[in-house]
Write a protein that binds this ligand. Structure first.
Ligand code: UDP
Length: 461
């Protein structure tokens, strides 16, 4: 709602800090949520653990960016399952947050609340010590969170060794529908601990926000809401995609990778509506050489145009002769402006790893999906894409753990050409509408954001 005179002034002085985990899939939803708060009149500062070029560009937007990076942060980290990493984040926040809060206090814009990524549950203790309110933002689905919650409560025993599990409020889940952390403890010991720890002190947070929306996950929302006051605030996509009045908010994400905006958009502009398969596996997934080869083969056999994101670090596995063979059919880039791509009329489907952001973004843009999950929560998201929301199909993995070119070709045809495509497109349009309604003015997610803002303003007066 529009704020009036003095209220507007108080809002502009109400200062919120936001603290994302330094991964692309965590930065994007936190930044977009920050922008929503700023659009309601609050002053918002996003604390960044990275000192990449992109932070400078971001300073020009509605959200201020303050870097709390220091050289020790990523030192001596061998992989993501390394506890040093989380310990470093903790130590940095513990050391830097009091300085940040004190400095803003002196400048006349005291901080009233910290919004932190749910994977840093300890942030609430630091915030409380500093006299701040605290809100946690979950950047995975409610369904996946519910599974981690079950683990946290000891209701779901890990590692899951059964072939299927029944969890209240969820469809029957086979082992390959579960987050990989729940059964592969050997490879992901820290990830499971971290995921379950999101609930360790949830009662201490003043708000519990989720990047989802009511109608998308109503059953599991009703179930979890009995135990904790969950507030969906998603999908956290830029307002320009949901509100026709917003024209120029192209600054939709702070990219850790450099997107090839011009060539992607120019290439898409020259294609027919719904003729392109957009392929991306997000910011972290690592594919094997053989799997890359099969994807290339499947795309070629499908005979559709394709825009394929192969990150710089994945490039050496890319079958380069494939490009010579298909140069008139496809474009391969190291990173793209994904939201702009999904919103482009030429894109007919999205072959995705089903990261939660990619899933929500495709759903919000009404783009049908070919789900090819790799690890973490992507498997559960893929299950919902194919069997619950029915906005796509999921590929089958063979005995060697490979998705063959033939399988890929068939699934692409299923969402692009066959009878099934009509039904999938219809469902996609339905969810697109509901996603936009949720974040539109007075929609279910917008109301939760309004309430949060009103409470903070009230506290400041
Ligand atoms: N993304 C992008 N360009 C690309 C690929 C991905 O902008 O070429 C963005 C995408 O829009 C999403 C994020 O990166 O917001 C990836 O998050 P997601 O949760 O889908 O996957 P993750 O990278 O965490 O596995």
């Amino acid at each position: 709602k529009e704020l009036m005179g003095s209220e507007q002034r108080v809002a502009a002085e109400t200062h919120v800090l936001t603290l994302p985990l330094p991964f692309q899939g965590h930065i994007n939803p936190m930044l977009q949520f920050s922008k929503r708060l700023a659009s309601k009149g609050l002053k918002v500062t996003l604390l960044s653990f990275t000192d990449k070029e992109w932070t400078k560009a971001a300073e020009h937007g509605s959200v201020n960016v303050q870097i709390i990076f220091d050289d020790t942060l990523f030192a001596e980290i061998t992989d993501q399952e390394d506890t040093v990493y989380i310990n470093n984040l903790y130590a940095t926040v513990k050391r830097r947050l009091p300085e940040v809060v004190a400095k803003h206090g002196e400048s006349g814009y005291p901080i009233s609340c910290l919004v932190y990524d749910s994977l840093m549950p300890w942030a609430i203790d630091i915030a409380t010590e500093l006299g701040l309110l605290g809100a946690t933002l979950f950047t995975q689905s409610l369904a996946v969170s519910n599974l981690y919650y079950e683990v946290h409560q000891g209701k779901l025993k890990v590692p899951v060794e059964k072939t299927a599990v029944a969890v209240e409020g969820m469809p029957p889940l086979e082992i390959h529908d579960l987050p990989t952390f729940l059964f592969d403890l050997e490879n992901y010991p820290l990830s499971l601990k971290l995921s379950a720890s999101q609930f360790s002190n949830i009662g201490e947070a003043d708000w519990v926000f989720f990047n989802t929306f009511n109608s998308l996950e109503d059953e599991v929302l009703n179930l979890m809401a009995r135990q904790c006051a969950i507030k969906p605030v998603g999908p956290t996509i830029p307002s320009m995609y949901t509100d026709k009045r917003v024209k120029d908010d192209k600054d939709y994400g702070l990219s850790l990778f450099k997107p090839d905006v011009e060539s992607c958009m120019k290439w898409l502009d020259s294609r027919e509506p719904c003729s392109v398969v957009y392929v991306s596996f997000g910011s972290l997934s690592i594919l094997g050489e053989r799997q890359m080869e099969e994807i290339a083969c499947g795309l070629k056999m499908s005979c559709h145009y394709f825009l394929w994101v192969v990150r710089e670090t994945e490039k050496e596995k890319f079958p380069s002769r494939f490009l010579d063979e298909t140069s008139e059919k496809g474009l391969v880039v190291t990173w793209c402006p994904q939201l702009e791509v999904l919103a482009h009329k030429s894109v007919g489907c999205f072959m995705t790893h089903c990261g939660w952001n990619s899933t929500l973004e495709a759903l919000s843009m009404g783009v049908p999906m070919v789900a090819m999950p790799q690890w973490a929560d992507q498997t559960t998201n893929a299950k919902f894409v194919a069997d619950v929301w029915r906005v796509g199909v999921r590929v089958k993995v063979d005995e060697e753990g490979i998705v063959t070119g033939t399988e890929i070709e068939l699934r692409i045809r299923e969402v692009m050409e066959e009878e099934t495509a009509i039904e999938i497109r219809k469902n996609s349009e339905k969810w697109e509408k509901q996603a936009k309604e949720a974040v539109d003015e007075d929609g279910s997610s917008d109301k939760n954001i309004q309430e949060f803002v009103a409470k903070l303003i009230c506290n400041s007066t």
